[in-house]
Each structure stands twice: as C-alpha cells, then as structure tokens.
Design a protein around this ligand. Structure first.
Ligand code: AR6
Length: 174
C-alpha cells in the first residue's frame, strides 16, 4: 500500500499524474474546484471536455468519472468525477462511493502512479464533510487502489481536521 496524505492547499498546484476534479454532468466548467482547475489548465481543458460525447447534455453521469488531458497543469490528466448533490439523492452515499471508485479506477487504467483528490461533493453539492471523509478514506484504503499514491488537497483547515480524524480512526467501511 502506497501512502494516503492530506494536504491543506490548492489542488491545481499538485505535482501528480492525475488531478481529480469535482465536476458536474455537463463537464463544461463551474465554480469551486472545477472553476479553479479550468482556470489553471487553460482553454485546452474545456476543448477536451467538449469533445467528450454528450447524451442529452450529460457527458458524465452522477457517480461516474471521465478522463481528459490536463492543459497547462503539471499533471498529465484531469479525471472529472461527479459526486451526488446531497439532498437530491435517495442514496447519496452510494453515488459518492462510486464517484471515488470510478476516478481511482481510471487513474489505474491510465497507468497513473499518483493522484490528487478534492473533497468531492463537499462544496456546492452539500455533502456533510464527516460522512464524506469516511467514504473518501475507506474507498482509498481498498487494496485494489494500493498501487496509487493518493493525496487529498483540502481547501480549509476544518476539512483538513475532519479528514485527519478519519484517517487516524483507520476504519474501513464497505
Ligand atoms: N483546491 C482544493 N479544494 C478546493 C479548491 C481548490 N482550488 N477550490 C475549492 N475547493 P465544490 P462539489 C474545495 O463546490 O461540492 C462546481 O460548480 C471546496 O472548499 O468545488 O462537488 C461544479 O461545476 C470544497 O471543500 O464541488 C459542480 O457544479 C470541495 O473543494 C459543483 O460545483 C468541493 O467543492 C460540484 O460541487
């Protein structure tokens, strides 16, 4: 098992093979971490997203992920993962688990060794951070992702404390 680390900072600065974005199904940018990633990556990223086939405007369903080039970022890839809007789903937990799993699986399939992850769904999508941290950490601790070096980039100190507490508890939830 490689390391899982928690960093207080801006994910656009991550020096990793793949940066995971907390995207929306249209995949054409937005606010929060999505906006920051598109600003830092430049217009090439938007063009790459636009090139992904859309079905009724949906390029990536909730709980799924898509991979693109990373434009001006240091990373080789951006993996766009779409978490649940917490209040709109009957089972948001399953959708968040799926978003993390699809993102990490895409990283492995594309021979990435290191991945940066944000707190998917914990901003505009309103997921309670403690439960999200438990999900994020337990997915990342699954043996099938053991070849990846995983770094969580969290934007504020409160989120860092929540993630650290979850990591220290070491409980793997199925
Ligand atoms: N680096 C790391 N984390 C960040 C950064 C950054 N540069 N900027 C914000 N965060 P959000 P969501 C944190 O809202 O809840 C977008 O408009 C932020 O503090 O970015 O999945 C998309 O287009 C929060 O803890 O993502 C979608 O429409 C976390 O990243 C929608 O928001 C996630 O917050 C997705 O909502």
């Amino acid at each position: 098992m490689k390391s899982i680390s928690i960093i207080h900072g801006d994910i656009t600065q991550a020096d990793v093979d793949a940066i995971v974005n907390a995207a929306n199904p249209k995949m054409l940018g937005g606010g929060g971490v999505d906006g920051a990633i598109h600003r830092a990556a430049g217009p090439e990223l938007l063009r790459a997203c636009f090139a992904i086939e859309a079905v009724n405007g949906v390029r990536c369903p909730y709980g799924d992920a898509r991979i693109t080039i990373a434009g001006n970022l240091k990373a080789k890839y951006v993996i766009h993962a779409v978490g649940p809007i917490y209040k709109k789903f009957v089972d948001p937990r399953a959708v968040l688990i799926s978003a993390y799993e699809k993102a990490l699986s895409l990283a492995l399939e594309n021979d990435c060794q290191s991945v940066a992850l944000p707190a998917i769904s914990c901003g505009a999508y309103g997921y309670p951070p403690a439960e999200a941290a438990q999900i994020a950490m337990s997915v990342c601790q699954q043996p099938k992702y053991g070849a990846l070096e995983i770094r969580f980039y969290l934007f504020d100190e409160e989120m860092v404390a929540i993630w650290q507490q979850e990591q220290a508890s070491g409980v793997v939830v199925e």
